[in-house]
Each structure stands twice: as structure tokens, then as C-alpha cells.
Design a protein around this ligand. Structure first.
Ligand code: SF4
Length: 311
């Protein structure tokens, strides 16, 4: 089948890399340059197949668990953060740790410790099995309960309804989280939360930009990997807006049948997807008019940890 060519591509802005992802990738690059090979990375540094393949080709060794890292080696913790148990294990093995945890995830960990220390049960809104959630849960496992959805919010029980707090994963859908929170607030009027939202600026901005683009598009494409929470949330958001939407790792995933009868394609990329993939997708769509819908500008940068900062 010949691939149909749409007339217009509407780019959502902001899109693609956030400050936490840029920092995490830079940390691995600096570690490789400064310490030589191998540099081990626990879990995918960020949830993107292209980023991982690129760093692998440059000498990074990705492992699932610290058991796969030789004693005394250098290991980078991914942007999603780790539990205290993982830090203890690294210390027992005498590993040289470089922590690439996004500072906005570190903020949630600090809140988990603070809320648990004041005697609260912590309701953590997030997705079971996600690395960020596992890390946050590990801060106070005996006091934290995972709430995944509205049904979970309706059924969760706590030892003392007067002493209950909530936290959220940083990459959730803003609208769905608001629904879950409304249920929790109705059930636990004493519920307390973080001073500022845990869903991060990058997640919020990308969802807002995509909503604007989806309103004008016949089809929405989201560049990102299947294990990228914020990318998957963007696809779901577009579908909730009534648009056909697909997650693609790169231009090679586009299926010609998706484009039949489509005049305007809305295009975005999750926070872990490299910007160059957006250019590739636009090029693959053919001779299209490219317009951008910008709903926010981002200037946030995070400093590198001292372990890789040059003197
Ligand atoms: Fe940090 Fe948000 Fe980016 Fe995750 S999506 S790395 S929390 S800025």
C-alpha cells in the first residue's frame, strides 16, 4: 500500500526531553568520559529504547539488578529513583554510585519519609510495578499503600482516617489523578498532600500541549517507548479526547492504514524520547506543512551531581 500523505503536521510544544531526562543522559555520558568502560546502569537510564541503545553502543552496561554488577564497579541509578534497600545493597558491594534520580522524584521520596515519620498512612497514587513507584514505596513500605485507580481509591482502607496523606507518581495523567484524589478526599476529609503537585511540570506541560493539538487533529502520533509512563499517558489522553492515537518508537512504526483519510496529524514525543525522532517522523510523513502549537515554555535545568561535575 502506498503511504497516504497528510496535509499538515501539528507539533505539540513542549514535547520530547525534559530536564530530568537530559540530566540523566548527561550523567551517563560524563561517567563514560571520566571513568572509562564499563559504566554499569541499573535499569534503563530513562524509558526509551533509542536512548538505551545509543548509550549501550558507547560502553554503558545496563543491568536489572545490582547482583549483576561486580563489587567495586561504578553504577548509575536511573532517573526513576531507587529504594533505600537498593542504596544499602550498593554500599555493601562497595559500588561507586552516581545517582541520576530526577530531583523531582527525589522530592517525592522526601515527602514519603516526612509523611510516614509523622505517623500517617501514605496513599501513593501510581502504577504497580513501575520503577519510580517501587523506589518511592521502599521509603516507608510498612506505611505506604498503592492506589492505582478510582476503584482502588473507593476500596482502600487505612488504620486511622485522621492520619492519612497522599503522594503521586510524577508521570500520571493530570485528569485521572484528579478523579482519584476527589474520591480519596471525599472518603478521608483529613487527607493531607504535598505542598506542590508531584505530577511534574514536564508531564503536565506535555499533556496540556497534546490536548490543544488533539483538538485539531484527525490522528495523533506519540513518539515514545512502551514502558514510558508519560508517553503512554499521552496516547490515552488523545484517545479520551476522541482521536485515534498510536505510540511509536520511531518513524518505522507508522502504518500506512493509519493515515487513510487523515489531513492533519498531531505529533508529540514523551519526555524520554529524543527530539531527532520527531524530525524523522515529520520527514517520513512526506511533504507536509508543519505548524506548532505552543502552550508553555520550559527553561528548567538541573545541575549534575558532584560525582560527575568537572572541578
Ligand atoms: Fe523528572 Fe518529570 Fe522528567 Fe520524570 S518526567 S525525569 S519527574 S522532569
Amino acid at each position: 500500500m502506498t503511504t497516504p500523505v497528510p496535509e499538515t503536521v501539528l507539533l505539540a510544544a513542549p514535547r520530547s526531553f525534559c530536564a530530568g531526562v537530559e540530566r540523566a543522559i548527561e550523567i551517563v555520558e560524563h561517567a563514560l568520559a571520566q571513568r572509562g568502560h564499563p559504566v554499569y546502569v541499573r535499569k534503563q537510564i530513562v524509558h526509551n529504547a533509542h536512548v538505551v541503545a545509543d548509550l549501550e553502543s558507547r560502553g554503558a552496561v545496563f543491568v536489572d539488578e545490582l547482583a549483576q554488577v561486580p563489587a567495586g564497579a561504578t553504577v548509575v541509578f536511573s532517573a526513576h529513583g531507587v529504594s533505600p534497600a537498593v542504596r544499602d545493597e550498593a554500599s555493601l558491594k562497595n559500588l561507586a554510585v552516581i545517582d541520576a534520580t530526577c530531583p523531582l522524584v527525589t522530592k517525592v521520596h522526601a515527602e514519603a519519609r516526612r509523611f510516614a515519620a509523622r505517623g500517617d498512612t501514605v496513599l501513593l497514587i501510581g502504577h504497580v510495578g513501575h520503577e519510580e513507584v517501587e523506589g518511592t514505596l521502599g521509603e516507608a513500605p510498612e506505611r505506604t499503600i498503592l492506589v492505582e485507580d478510582v476503584a482502588g481509591a473507593r476500596s482502600v482502607t487505612v488504620p486511622d482516617p485522621e492520619r492519612v496523606s497522599y503522594l503521586t507518581q510524577t508521570t500520571l495523567a493530570v485528569d485521572e489523578t484528579a478523579e482519584i484524589l476527589a474520591v480519596l478526599r471525599a472518603r478521608f476529609p483529613a487527607l493531607r498532600g504535598p505542598a506542590s503537585a508531584d505530577i511534574c511540570y514536564a508531564t503536565t506541560n506535555r499533556q496540556q500541549a497534546l490536548s490543544t493539538v488533539a483538538a485539531e487533529a484527525d490522528l495523533v502520533l506519540v513518539i515514545g517507548s512502551v514502558n514510558s509512563s508519560n508517553s503512554v499517558r499521552l496516547v490515552e489522553l488523545a484517545r479520551r479526547a476522541g482521536r485515534p492515537a498510536y505510540l511509536i518508537d520511531d518513524a518505522g512504526d507508522i502504518r500506512p492504514e493509519w493515515l487513510v483519510g487523515v489531513r492533519t496529524v498531531g505529533l508529540t514525543a514523551g519526555a524520554s524520547a529524543p527530539p531527532r525522532l520527531v524530525d524523522d517522523v515529520v520527514a517520513a510523513l512526506g511533504p507536509v506543512t508543519v505548524l506548532e502549537r505552543e502552550t508553555a515554555t520550559e527553561s528548567i535545568r538541573f545541575t549534575l551531581p558532584s560525582a560527575v561535575r568537572r572541578p
